[in-house]
Design a protein around this ligand. Structure first.
Ligand code: NAD
Length: 701
């Protein structure tokens, strides 16, 4: 856990708590023990603290979050105070990762020797917090207020090389870090230099006050609803204004406030939820992934093109198959065009573009797919076409390769049934644009083999997606929930709200885009197709929709320039269209409905609780492994506001008893729609027992 060695009068204390030497309880205890041992030994004249493995230290131990171990003494504050107060010089020898509490520890040491490649950061702001162990007070004293502001407010890492010229490093180790640190320690001993504490240094800039004032205005404007970035500025302002102890007190105060803020709770929930999402229920961690060196993509349309880009961006060669030469050329041209856009923005070089495109093998034949390890099918959403493709793939692709479909709504088990190897079939549901959207729903068919799932999850990591496992059902997790959400929005328009009012109310709640604008973007024809299929499967249910007539009139949404809104040529900005009122009126008249006043509160309540209610059903049916997975889907695929932590977390914050009560109230007047609004059994149970999604069934692991 912590090593101790005496090397010619220097104690070398090695942090060793893999993977990132975090300051878990045991490491805190052992570090204090080690430095006190060095202090007590008259032979020891200086102490070097050095990391191991991935570097110095990643800070707090996230495995301890929320447990009593996190709070067990000695706290990180006590560790830092012990080190700082030591009578013999303590040198932090820093390489690799040096973040959060790890960097705060290094700043409490008396000297720092760092490698040019070391990565230093105080990333607490990303969890809605600020560095709470003196980081905001010590960092500006060594790097200056301007740089400290930038590091603490952004949370982004800087390299040891970048910190040359500041007082953070006392020496840069170009060669072996341990030798350099020992040499530095011996130099201190030879010169008789004792501890030099950062707390005693002065912030270097004469205009520090003005810099803080400037940052105050700029950061407030950029932070939106998040309180942490402005609080970081306030903590740094205290470093400028107050003596060290006073600054520490202010930092503590601000930290405690942030810790209690709903925004930080949401960000910490998301952090844990992303980690939990990669764990697959019932599959041992040790299950090996299949090799994945070459991938086939079928279809070079919107999705196939984006998927190909996501793969080649990660350096994975792709065999791209189309049905016609024209479609293939169109697809390749779109891919090239997208990259050229990135070149124009300075995000990519022409060499990198050519290197990426060279990874694509375009083809009209199935033969080149023989050697691939995975095929991702992204052809038209028609079962007969998928069948034809999967029959061909089954015949050509080598045994042991994985066959994936990007279908949005077709039954994956039916698709798997077209092959003689349903164990090797999986759904990889990308979101559009697939090269940009982070979300990937990994659809587990009833026969999908464990190692196929594990391979899909590891591919997701490789191509920088956040993957969530979903079971087979209509719409999987995301689109199934969005169906109810959109239906609620539609019904509010029928009840009397304008499309603009519905969208505005939800955008004010924090959604990146209101539901009707989102429908326009996805294509009203796509929604209509989905409803027609459901109507055929459930002839007793009413799927009539205002947009049925719009679609019949060629209003398919943004792509046709008109849908719930008008989109003038070349514009993606929605404009209200009086003709839409006529469609709505006609729909109401046919049902003898009268428009009523609808409040913004009602809009948000209905739409968001429709999401939550369907989410509860999805967890109960094991379509999602846990409620936090649903949050990940909504945050990454549907523009749910980060600071609310996702629909299920939001419901927990509101209180499930209130959510259930609201749903019951709506159900009571919903007539034939009552079953839709009736609280899901899981929601009812949790509400009755005072439970929450995150603590009850469906907790993040
Ligand atoms: P698209 O129409 O843009 O592209 C489909 C492509 O497949 C076309 O280029 C077509 O030429 C090609 N194709 C058709 N039949 C083929 C065959 N037999 N062999 C080879 N190529 C063939 O469609 P899209 O939007 O990219 O959707 C593709 C799939 O992805 C569908 O299953 C769809 O449901 C799913 N999906 C779409 C989205 C989206 O937002 N567009 C999101 C997620 C999933």
């Amino acid at each position: 856990m912590v090593g101790y060695e005496s090397v010619g009068g220097v104690a070398v204390v090695t942090l060793a708590n893999p993977p990132v030497n975090s300051f878990g309880h045991e490491q805190r205890l052992k570090v204090v023990e080690a430095v006190l041992r060095a202090d007590a030994d008259p032979q020891i004249k200086a102490v070097v603290v050095i990391g191991s493995g991935k570097g110095f230290s990643g800070g707090a131990d996230i495995r301890e979050f929320g447990s009593s171990r996190a709070l067990a003494p000695p706290s990180l504050h006590m560790v830092l105070a012990t080190v700082e107060a030591l009578g013999k010089p303590v040198i932090a020898a820093i390489d690799g990762v040096c973040m959060g509490g790890g960097l705060e520890f290094a700043l409490a040491c008396h000297y720092r020797v760092i490698t040019p490649e070391a990565q230093l950061a105080l990333p607490e702001v990303k969890l809605g917090l600020l560095p709470g162990a003196g980081g905001t007070q010590r960092l500006p004293r060594v790097v200056g207020i301007e740089r400290a502001l930038s590091m603490i407010v952004s949370g982004n890492p800087v390299s040891g090389r970048d910190l040359r010229g500041t007082a953070l490093p006392d020496a840069i180790a170009e060669g072996d870090l341990r030798s350099a640190a020992l040499e530095f320690a011996r130099g201190l001993i030879a010169e008789g230099r004792g501890p030099r504490r950062v707390r005693d240094l002065k912030i270097p800039e004469a205009n520090a006050e003005a810099l803080v004032q400037f940052a105050r205005t700029a950061v407030k404007a950029a932070a939106g609803p998040f309180p942490a970035p402005p609080a970081c500025v306030e903590a740094l302002a205290a470093a400028v204004r107050e003596p060290f102890e006073g600054g520490l007190r202010r930092e503590r105060e601000l930290f405690v406030n942030l810790m209690a803020s709903p925004e930080s709770a949401a960000l910490r929930h998301i952090f844990q939820a992303e980690r939990a999402a990669s764990h697959i229920e019932g599959i041992p961690e040790s299950t090996p992934a299949r090799p994945l060196n070459r991938v086939g993509v079928i279809g070079a349309g919107t999705m196939g093109g984006g998927i190909t880009m996501a793969l080649i961006n990660a350096g994975i060669p792709v065999v791209l198959l189309e049905s016609t030469q024209a479609a293939l050329e169109r697809g390749l041209a779109t891919i090239r065009g997208n990259y050229q856009g990135q070149i124009k923005k300075g995000k990519l070089t022409s060499e990198a573009l050519e290197k990426r495109l060279a990874l694509i093998t375009p083809t009209l034949e199935y033969e080149p797919l023989h050697g691939v390890d995975l095929v991702i099918e992204a052809v038209f959403e028609k079962l007969e076409i998928k069948k034809e493709v999967f029959l061909r793939l089954d015949a050509v692709v080598r045994e042991g390769a994985i066959l994936a479909s990007n279908t949005s709504a077709l039954n994956l088990d039916t698709i798997a049934g077209f092959t003689r190897r349903p164990r090797d079939v999986i759904g990889l549901h990308f979101f559009s644009p697939a090269n940009i959207m982070r979300l990937l729903e990994v659809v587990r068919g009833k026969a999908t083999a464990d190692d196929v799932l594990v391979t899909a999850m590891s591919l997701a990591k490789r191509i920088r997606k956040v993957a969530v496992v979903a079971g087979v059902c209509d719409g999987f997790i995301g689109n199934r929930m969005v169906a109810g959400y959109s239906q609620a929005a539609h019904d509010l328009v029928v009840a009397g709200a304008s499309p603009q009012q519905v969208d505005r109310a939800l955008e004010k709640f924090g959604m990146a885009m209101g539901p009707l604008r989102m429908n326009d973007l996805a294509g009203l024809d796509v929604g209509a197709m989905w409803r027609h299929r459901l109507a055929a499967e459930n002839p007793d249910k009413d799927y009539a929709h205002v947009t049925d007539r719009m679609v019949a009139d060629g209003r398919h949404g943004q792509k046709t320039g008109a849908g719930w809104y008008l989109y003038p040529p070349g514009s993606r900005l929605p404009e209200p269209d009086p003709k839409v009122d006529a469609y709505i009126e006609e729909f109401r008249a046919a049902r003898q409905l009268k428009a009523r006043r609808v409040s913004d509160t009602e809009i948000v309540e209905r739409c968001i609780y429709a999401l939550v209610n369907e989410g509860a059903r999805i967890v109960e049916e094991h379509i999602a492994q846990r409620s936090s997975d649903i949050d990940i889907v909504y945050l990454n695929g549907y523009g749910f506001p980060l600071w609310r932590g996702g629909p299920m977390f939001h419901a927990d914050q509101v209180g499930l008893a209130s959510v259930a009560a609201a749903l019951r109230r709506i159900a009571a007047t919903a007539g034939p729609n009552a079953p839709f609004w009736q609280p899901a059994p899981l929601l009812e149970r949790l509400a009755a027992s005072g439970g929450s999604f995150s603590q009850g069934k469906g907790a993040a692991a």
